[in-house]
Design a protein around this ligand. Sequence first.
Ligand SMILES: C[S@@+](CC[C@H](N)C(=O)[O-])C[C@H]1O[C@@H](n2cnc3c(N)ncnc32)[C@H](O)[C@@H]1O
Length: 274
Amino acid sequence: MCLPLAARIARVELSAMRSTSPAPMPAVRRDDALAGEAAAGGPAKRDFVRAVFEQIAPSYDLLNHLLSLNVDRRWRRLAIAALGWRRAPAGTYLDLCAGTLDVSATLARAPGFGGRVIAAHFAEAMLRAGRTKVHPQATFPVLADVLALPLAAGTVAGAIVAFGARNLADLDAGLREVRRVLAPGARFVILEFTTPRSAVVRALYHLYFHRVLPLVGGAISGHRSAYRYLPQSVAHFPAEEELAARMRSAGFTSVSARSLTCGIAAIHVGTRTP
Ligand SMILES: C[S@@+](CC[C@H](N)C(=O)[O-])C[C@H]1O[C@@H](n2cnc3c(N)ncnc32)[C@H](O)[C@@H]1O
């Protein structure tokens, strides 16, 4: 399969992989202090995040849909619609921090979509866990760090990241890297959790995110600190206005945000400046 726009792309051959042998990873301390440190950013974050997602990959989908009561599926569909792919249905799109390929699969299957999706992710076990969801002709899983994409500049018709932006070790570097690979006028969509503005919703949200989620997530995945990291990473993620400002300084215009489900998530959209 030829990928002319990829400068030095290394497609992950998911079909050839065995499903039960995750890549060996360095041991990660499973304590809550490390989760807090990583959520705050800095040099430890990349290794922590990568190792955690390698480890929780087998239970990721189940917990995602269970803990969000399936609302996450609707959010992803809305985020994909915000990408505006119908303007260029045969284009090449990027699913960043693609994980278990839910966004890639939904986009590639959308009626009228005739392009391809490059699914970039740095934890192989996550890509492998999603391998049965995608058609190999339309989706190209690539083991890659979003901060250093193996793609030529200005070649991608649109990019989307679902619940991955807050996991980047350097958000601003990530925004600049996405801008680099997008074609002029292409859209970048960020779907991410946010802290609700309403005091009542915020109280319920805190109870759920800080108490229920680590308990259930920890019990099912066997990795409690991963589900302690989640609410802490949301707390460190910039609010709408700040994220919009950072998107603008990275080179995006027409930046907008749409709040979802009482403000617990939001879709942010920016257009790459010409
Ligand atoms: C919460 S998951 C989201 C997965 C998927 N997008 C979804 O909608 O379910 C975030 C993923 O981002 C990945 N990630 C974080 N930083 C990354 C980076 N710099 N490059 C590639 N993947 C990254 C993590 O390994 C993790 O699996």
